[in-house]
Design a protein around this ligand. Structure first.
Ligand code: 5GP
Length: 185
C-alpha cells in the first residue's frame, strides 16, 4: 500500500507515506529499546495532547516496564512571533521530581514547542529528561534538540493520520499520509 492510496482514503490525502505495518514494526522496535534503556528506573511517559496519543498508546504497550503516563495540553499564543512559548492549558498530574521522564511526541518540525516544554519540565527536577519522536522533519528546524528515539525522518510535506490532523480531522487514519498541496495552502 505504501505510495498508493487505499480505496477509502480521504480526499485530502495524496499518498500513503507510512503504512500501518511500518508504523507497528518501528514502534515495537523503539519500545524494546526503551525497555532495555529504562530498566530499573521510574519511567514517566509524558505526551502532549492530542496528536501524540496514538503513538503513545502503541509505544507504551511495547514497553515491558511498570511505567506511568501523564499528559499536557498547550495552546499557542496567537498574533506573536513564533518563539515556541505556549500556554499550558492542562498541566501534568504526576510529580516528576526524581523520575525518568520521556516526552512522547508525534512530530517535530521547528522544534520550538518541544524546546519550550523541555525547559518547563527541566525546572521540576526530573532525574532525566529525553524525547521520543515518531516523525522528524528537520527542514524547518530552528532549535536543534537531542532526540533519544526517532521513528522516521520525513521530507517537507504536511502529513495526517496516526494522531496527526488537518483542521482537527483524520487523526484516526491507521496510516500516515501526505496531504495534497492545495489542501494545506
Ligand atoms: P514545532 O514547534 O516543532 O514547529 O511544531 C510541532 C507541532 O506542529 C506538532 O506537534 C504538530 O502539532 C504540528 N505539526 C507540524 N507538522 C505537522 C504536520 O505535517 N502535520 C500535522 N498534522 N501537524 C504538524
Amino acid at each position: 500500500m505504501s505510495g498508493g492510496l487505499p480505496a477509502d482514503a480521504p480526499a485530502v490525502a495524496d499518498a500513503v507515506l507510512l503504512t500501518e505495518e511500518q508504523l507497528r514494526a518501528r514502534v515495537a522496535e523503539i519500545g524494546r529499546r526503551i525497555t532495555t534503556d529504562y530498566a530499573g528506573r521510574d519511567l514517566v511517559l509524558v505526551t502532549v495532547l492530542r496528536g501524540g496519543v496514538f503513538f503513545l498508546a502503541d509505544l507504551c504497550r511495547s514497553i515491558d516496564l511498570p511505567l506511568r503516563l501523564d499528559f499536557m495540553a498547550v495552546s499557542a499564543y496567537e498574533h506573536e512571533a513564533p518563539t515556541g512559548a505556549v500556554r499550558i492549558t492542562k498541566d501534568l498530574d504526576e510529580d516528576i521530581e526524581g523520575a525518568s521522564v520521556l516526552i512522547v511526541e508525534d512530530i517535530i518540525d521547528t522544534g520550538l514547542t518541544l524546546n519550550y516544554l523541555l525547559g518547563v519540565l527541566r525546572q521540576r527536577g526530573p532525574a532525566s529528561l529525553e524525547v521520543a519522536i515518531l516523525l522528524d522533519r528537520d527542514v524547518r528546524r530552528i532549535v536543534d534538540l537531542p532526540i533519544a528515539y526517532r521513528g522516521f525522518s520525513i521530507k517537507d510535506r504536511y502529513v495526517v493520520g496516526y494522531g496527526l490532523d488537518i483542521r482537527g480531522r483524520y487523526r484516526n487514519l491507521r496510516y500516515v499520509a501526505t496531504v495534497r498541496d492545495e489542501v494545506v495552502g
